[in-house]
Design a protein around this ligand. Sequence first.
Ligand SMILES: [Fe+2]
Ligand SMILES: [Fe+2]
Length: 189
Amino acid sequence: MKPTDELKKEHRAIEIMLTILTEVARRLEAGRGADLKDLNDILEFLKVFADRCHHAKEEEVLFPAMDKAGLPREQGPIAVMLAEHQAGRELIKEMNESLEGIARGEDRAGLNFAGQARAYAELLRLHIDKEHGILYPMADGRLSRKTQENLKEGFELIELEVVGPGRHQEFHRLLDRLEERYLVHAESG
Ligand SMILES: [Fe+2]
Ligand SMILES: [Fe+2]
């Protein structure tokens, strides 16, 4: 398995969470309220699984290797990817603030969360498309087999240090639970 295959697998998990997030936004917009624990869990997944783990694998391992192979971080596709990761972080921060507002019972907080959630889902979906279509094929083509092996080791280290043993599975169980609740057995309305 190529290192980019591992990243693509993570993209699939992130995309499921984006679909759940969009459904949560739709319910908030319809005035149906939200389960605070679920919102918290979703943000925790986005913070840890998507940002601190997946984006870190790209920023700390993949992009530096591509930089060494002649694709500079300061410009072109990598610079765009970095800017989008940053924009995602800002939106996560905003969703966090809205979540605190929802917990305090503030009027507009639910709608604010929904707007930020939709913006985040849109940003990340396009971002993932660009990585699949442009960036990962570049990495597959440009990086030597040896470098690609080293990338996998670097990914493993991040996985251990940031996510910790067993936590990855916990995130997948969370995804299954939320998928069941919001996508499979979602009531209409
Ligand atoms: Fe990325
Ligand atoms: Fe990615």
